[in-house]
Design a protein around this ligand. Structure first.
Ligand SMILES: [Zn+2]
Length: 434
C-alpha cells in the first residue's frame, strides 16, 4: 500500500471539494457534506448530516470523548461566494494543482480549512485517538448568505450536535511582520454588522420647475456628508489593548492609538483605525426613478459596524445628534455578530504554544475584526470560546486578503499542511488541559 502523507491527503480532498460547486446561492452543500461523510466514515469517524431542506445539509462528525473533558469544535462552512470565470486565469472549479498551490473558488474561504479539519479528524481517528471530551467537526451550509440553513439553524434545531466549550473557526491566522517582528493574528472578537436605511421625505414635482417641489435627494446630500465624516469616540477594548501592547510595547490612550500603531508600522495603523469605535459608511442611495421627476422620497443605505458591548440604540442616538434638526426615518436592515470571547483562555495557550513551536521568535496576538463569521452563533448559544485561527505563512497575508471573494483564489500546499498540523495540535492541546 502506498503511504500518502497528510499533505497529499489534504491536497486531494481539497481538490475534490473545490470541484463540487457550492456557490451560494443556491449552495447545494449536500454534495459536499456527502463527500466529506464518505471520506470520514472510510477513516472510522462517525458522521451525521443535518438538513433543514434536502439540498442544504450540514455535516457534523465526532470522535467521542471518553469522559466529560472539554469539547472542541472545528467549525467551517462548505458554501462559497460566486465566481466569474471570465475574470479567472483558470476555471474557478478546476481544483488544479499548479506550482505548489491548489486553485479554485473556496481554496482560502474556506474549503482549505474544511479539508484540513477533515484530515485532522481522520488522521487522529486512524491513530486510535481518544480525547477526554468530544472532538467535533462541523462543515456547515450557508455561511456566505446566512438565510437560516447553516449553523444558525443547527444551534437551534440540534444544539447537542455542536455544543462545545472551545471552537476553532475561520477569520484569523494571518502572519504580519510589523517593525521587523512577526505576529500571528488570532480573531477573538468581531464587530456587529448592522446596516440601516434612512428615509428622507420631500414633495414631488416636475423637474423643470425645481422651485415648487421639495427635493428629497437634495435634502439627503448634506446628511450623506455628515454620516461619511462620522468618527466615533475612540475606545480601546481588551483585544485591541492586547494587540497594541504587543505591537507598540504599551497601550496608548484611545485618541493616540492610531498614531502609536502607525509609528510601529503603517499597516498596524490601518488595522487599528476601524476598531476603535462604530463606523458608518453610506453606500447606496435611491431617489427618483425618472429623470424629470423630483423625488418626494430618498432612501439612503448606511453600512454600520458596531463594537462588541455597544447597542443599536446607542448608534441611533449618535446618528440623531449627527443629523440634528433634520427629518428622517431610521430602519435597521439586520444585525449580525458583535460578540467576543475572552483573550485569556486555555485555548489561547494552545494557540500560543503552536506559534512558539513553528516560529519561536513570533508571537500570537488577539484581534477584533471588522467582519463577522459564524462564531457568534456558538458564542451566543453556548458561551463557547471561539477563535478564528488558521495559520498562514507561505502566502503573503495581503495577497490572501486580495484573493478572498475575488478572482484566482488559491492556497499554498505548505499552508494547507501547516493548518492540519495546527488543528491536530489544538485537539491534543485541548485534550491535555487539566
Ligand atoms: Zn468564510
Amino acid at each position: 500500500m502506498a503511504v500518502v502523507s497528510l499533505r497529499e491527503e489534504t491536497t486531494g480532498l481539497l481538490q475534490e471539494l473545490i470541484r463540487i460547486d457550492t456557490v451560494n446561492p443556491p449552495g447545494n452543500e449536500t454534495a459536499a457534506a456527502e463527500h466529506l461523510r464518505s471520506y470520514l466514515e472510510r477513516n472510522g469517524v462517525a458522521c451525521e448530516l443535518y438538513a433543514k431542506v434536502p439540498d442544504r445539509a450540514n455535516l457534523v462528525a465526532r470522535i467521542p470523548g471518553t469522559g466529560d473533558g472539554p469539547r472542541l469544535l472545528f467549525l467551517s462552512h462548505t458554501d462559497t461566494v460566486l465566481a466569474d470565470p471570465q475574470e479567472w486565469e483558470r476555471d474557478p472549479w478546476c481544483g488544479d494543482l499548479r506550482d505548489g498551490e491548489v486553485w479554485g473558488r473556496g481554496a482560502l474561504d474556506m474549503k482549505g480549512q474544511v479539508a484540513a479539519s477533515a484530515v485532522a479528524m481522520a488522521s487522529l481517528a486512524r491513530e486510535g485517538y481518544e480525547p477526554p471530551g468530544d472532538l467535533i467537526f462541523a462543515a456547515c451550509a450557508d455561511e456566505e448568505v446566512g438565510a437560516g440553513f447553516g449553523l444558525q439553524w443547527l444551534v437551534e434545531a440540534h444544539p447537542e450536535a455542536v455544543r462545545a466549550e472551545y471552537c476553532i473557526n475561520e477569520g484569523g491566522g494571518d502572519r504580519l511582520i510589523l517593525d521587523g517582528r512577526v505576529f500571528y493574528v488570532c480573531s477573538t472578537a468581531e464587530k456587529m454588522s448592522a446596516p440601516f436605511r434612512l428615509t428622507v421625505h420631500g414633495r414631488s414635482g416636475h423637474a423643470s420647475r425645481p422651485g415648487i417641489a421639495d427635493n428629497a435627494l437634495v435634502k439627503t446630500a448634506p446628511m450623506i456628508e455628515r454620516l461619511g465624516s462620522f468618527r466615533d469616540e475612540p475606545e480601546v477594548g481588551p483585544e485591541l489593548a492586547a494587540f497594541l501592547r504587543a505591537v507598540c510595547g504599551e497601550v496608548p490612550a484611545p485618541e493616540d492609538a492610531v498614531s502609536a500603531a502607525r509609528r510601529a508600522h503603517p499597516l498596524a495603523g490601518d488595522i487599528v483605525e476601524p476598531l476603535l469605535g462604530t463606523t458608518l459608511a453610506p453606500t447606496m442611495v435611491e431617489a427618483s426613478k425618472k429623470r424629470n421627476v423630483i423625488p418626494n422620497r430618498c432612501e439612503l443605505t448606511v453600512d454600520c459596524r458596531i463594537l462588541p458591548g455597544h447597542t443599536q440604540a446607542e448608534v441611533e442616538a449618535k446618528v440623531a445628534k449627527l443629523l440634528g434638526g433634520t427629518d428622517y426615518e431610521l430602519e435597521w436592515i439586520e444585525a449580525q455578530g458583535g460578540t467576543r470571547s475572552p483573550v485569556e483562555t486555555r485555548l489561547w495557550d494552545v494557540i500560543e504554544s503552536f506559534v512558539a513551536e513553528i516560529e519561536p521568535d513570533a508571537q500570537a496576538v488577539p484581534l477584533l475584526v471588522a467582519g463577522f463569521t459564524d462564531s457568534h452563533w456558538v458564542r451566543e448559544a453556548f458561551g463557547t470560546v471561539a477563535y478564528g485561527f488558521f495559520p498562514m505563512r507561505a502566502m503573503d497575508s495581503e495577497l490572501a486578503a486580495r484573493l478572498i471573494h475575488s478572482a484566482d483564489e488559491r492556497i499554498d500546499l505548505d499552508d494547507l499542511e501547516l493548518g492540519v498540523r495546527f488543528l491536530r495540535h489544538a485537539a491534543e492541546g485541548v485534550a491535555s488541559l487539566p
